[in-house]
Ligand binder design. Sequence first.
Ligand code: AHG
Ligand code: MN
Ligand code: MN
Length: 337
Amino acid sequence: MARVTLTQFLIEQQRSAQHIPADLRLLIEVVARAVKVISVHVGKGAVAGLLGSADSENVQGEVQKKLDVITNELLLQANEWGGHLAAMASEEMEEPFPIPNRYPKGEYLLVFDPLDGSSNIDVNVSVGTIFSVLHCPEGVTDPTAEAFLQPGSRQVAAGYAIYGPATNLVLTVGTGVHGFTLDREFGAWVLTHSDIRIPEDTKEFAINASRSRFWEAPVKRYVDELMAGRDGPREQDFNMRWVASMVADVHRILARGGIFMYPMDEKNRANGGHLRLLYEANPMAFIVEQAGGAASTGHQRILDVQPKGLHQRVPVVLGSKNEVERVVRYHAEPAAR
Ligand code: AHG
Ligand code: MN
Ligand code: MN
C-alpha cells in the first residue's frame, strides 16, 4: 500500500467534510518542518556540544538547558514569517512573541513547550516538543498575553513530537489522533498510527512516587490501592513507569493505555500544580480526549479550565478513561479529603 505522508493526510483533512482551513494546514506543516530540524539537533547530542545548561533561567525560575534555548529559537524563526500567526507564546518566554511587522499576520496563535523533559537531555533519554493552536480573538491585531487565555476546549489543533529511538509526530485537529514517523532518509513524515485509541482500562500508572509524602488523600488512596496489587481492593497487579518526560509518558499511554498523574501536592500547591496549563496540560488533554481517554485536574475537566495567566500551572490526571474517572471519584468523596 502507498505511504501516506503528513502533507497528504492534511490535504485529505482539508478536503473532507470535517475540513481544516488551508492556512491551519500550512501552519501545521511549518511546525512539523521545525520539528524535523529539532530532531536533527537533539540527535547530535554531545557531538555538537548541545548538552548541558545555558547559564540562564526562564520565567519559571528553571535553569535553561542549551537545547531549551535553541529549540525555542528554531520554533520562533520557522513560524514568524509564514503569515498564519498573530503571535506565539512559549514556556521559555515571559511574554508572547508578536509577529514582526515586516511579515503578514494571520488569525492563529501558536503555543509551545519547545523541549519537554529537558532534564533527560544529558542522559540520552526521550524528550519532545508540545504545541497547541488557538484562534486569535476577533478584532485583536496585537495580541498580548490575554489573547492566549482561552480554555483548552477552544484549541483547533494540538500535537507533540517525541525524539526517541524514532521521531514521532502525534497530532489532532479534532478528528481523532494520528501518529507519524519521521523517515530520516527521505525527510518525510509517514502516517504510521492512524486513529489512535487509548484502552479504557489499564494496568500501568505513571507518577513521581518520590513525592508521595506530599500527596493529598485521594491520590494517596488511589496509588496505595494500585501498589497493593492482587492483595488489595483492585485484585490485580499494576506496573509503574516514570520517564520524567511528559511526552514519553503520554506516548506510552497512547500506545498501550495507562494513567499519568502530576497531582496537586503540598509542595506544589502554592504554584497551582507542576505542569503548565497552556504548554503541557491543554494540548495533551486535547490529544488524550480525542483518543478516547480522559484528562482532569482531579476536580475539573482540564479543557474547561479558564486560564488566568500565561504560565499557569495545573494538577494533571490523564489517560485511560476508567482509571481517570476513578481518581476523580476519589477526589469527590468527602471521606477522602
Ligand atoms: P520541562 O522539561 O518542559 O520543564 O517539563 C518537565 C515536566 C514533564 O515533562 C515531566 O513529566 C515532569 O516535568 C518531570 O517532573 P519530575 O522532575 O518531578 O520528575
Ligand atoms: Mn515540559
Ligand atoms: Mn520545556
